[in-house]
Ligand binder design. Structure first.
Ligand SMILES: [Zn+2]
Length: 424
């Protein structure tokens, strides 16, 4: 071989060596793979570049790999929250919409995104900006471009409800007040609204299948009235599915829930008052339930409230708990969601409520990993620790099977092969 050729090949080999992906081996005290309801002791996860090369008990640590020692921790797939609001500013609803600029709310959302990632959540389904228009799409893209840190995002953008079917309520009809959701009516109206949202970057569509309204409250139950007709929901689902987008439905009551299921939605959110017949329909059609327990339960653990509000929330949370316990017996697919308003540092509390009300700890973890990934349609990329999946990995101190509050003590976060927390 001529000299220059040898030199050239050596140069190419050196360049290839410099570019070969970095290999990291994580020693796990316990490993939850996202699918099997068992913890594997003394396992190893090998990460190459931004992918998992191997995970399990008999996996050897490759020579030259950087070793991360998590032998005192439980290692699991990066967690997934299927119901967040990065742009929902944690104050009175009207105040966020009427007193905070879109720019301020965008800054708030970048902080929410960082908190989310550091709390161990590497993917989220952000279910509505609550009046901040298409800010979630901008946030998703900015995270992707590396401008700010945060989870992988699927964005619902503005969400849809009917005229008179979304907050804020109670203002004079003479004043033009912005609403938290996009309001659309009739088959043509909703079709156009879905097209607009998809054109502006929505990954999925969120609808309000029912919504609380003024003047309808009973003393111990949140009252919600149905919104869209079956025909409107079918149109929304049809239009979304052309773009491969799923539809999530906020709903409290069974009547509106059954209309939404017949219309073809993929998930029901909250579902405080769902009955057995609705859960059976969901199980049959593979519709997921995202119960968002903490959105309601945390009120009960919060500061004292006026007696009227207390009565309402006590009644509501008692029903929600009972509904959750029935769903566990009816084989409904339950996906993890917090409904937090940008305070994702508290997201681990949702696991505590799930387990407190009867879910097994590893089932709760599975709801936030492989089950959530399926709901998002991302099961080929995230939600389990298997060869070929993206290297999204979270670890918590201790053992969540013995003490579910361990989910609040996140000690390690890797997303796309990059370590954001722990790992020294
Ligand atoms: Zn919500």
């Amino acid at each position: 071989m001529r000299g220059w050729k040898v030199w050239m090949m050596a140069l190419l080999a050196a360049a290839a060596g410099a570019q070969s992906p970095r290999v990291t081996a994580i020693r796990c005290g316990r490993l939850f793979d996202g699918k099997n309801l068992a913890l594997v002791e003394n396992a190893v996860v090998v990460v190459e570049g931004n992918h998992i090369r191997a995970a399990g008990r008999n996996v050897a640590i490759p020579e030259g790999a950087k070793v991360v020692d998590l032998s005192r921790a439980t290692v699991m797939p990066g967690l997934i929250d299927c119901h967040t609001h990065m742009f929902l500013y944690g104050v009175q609803y009207d105040e966020a919409l009427l007193k905070k600029s879109l720019q301020y709310r965008a800054i708030w959302a970048t902080v929410s995104a960082r908190k989310t990632l550091l709390a161990g959540f590497t993917s989220i389904r952000d279910l509505e900006t609550e009046g901040a228009w298409y800010g979630d799409v901008a946030l998703r893209d900015a995270i992707h471009d590396g401008l700010v840190i945060g989870p992988r995002m699927q964005c619902a953008t503005r969400a849809l409800s009917i005229t008179g079917g979304y907050s804020p309520y109670g203002y004079s009809p003479d004043v033009d007040i912005p609403h938290g959701a996009q309001l659309a009516d009739g088959v043509d109206g909703v079709r156009k609204a879905v097209r607009e949202q998809l054109a502006n970057g929505a990954d999925l569509i969120k609808i309000y299948a029912d919504h609380r309204r003024r003047g309808g409250a009973s003393p111990d139950q949140l009252t919600a009235w149905p919104t869209f007709s079956l025909e409107e929901i079918r149109t929304i689902v049809e239009e979304a599915s052309k773009a491969g987008a799923k539809v999530a439905a906020h709903v409290y009551n069974s009547g509106a829930a059954q209309t939404a299921i017949r219309g073809g939605v993929s998930s029901l959110e909250h579902g405080i008052y769902l009955d057995d017949a609705t859960f059976r329909m969901m199980a049959e059609k593979g519709v997921y339930w995202v119960p968002t327990l903490m959105a309601y339960m945390q009120f009960m653990d919060g500061p004292p409230a006026p007696p009227e509000r207390r009565r309402l929330m006590e009644g509501t949370t008692a029903r929600h708990r009972e509904t959750f316990q029935r769903a566990l017996k009816l084989s409904v697919k339950i996906a993890f969601g917090t409904d937090l308003d940008g305070h994702q540092e508290n997201a681990g509390q949702e696991f505590v409520y799930m387990v407190r009300y009867g879910m097994k700890p590893l089932e709760a973890l599975r709801s936030a990993t492989s089950v959530a990934a399926e709901l998002m349609g991302w099961q080929d990329r995230v939600g389990s620790l298997e060869a070929g999946k993206l290297a999204d990995i979270t670890a918590v101190e201790g053992n969540p099977v013995d003490d579910i509050t361990a989910m609040k003590r996140v000690v390690f976060v890797m997303k796309d092969g990059v370590v954001y927390k722990g790992g020294q």
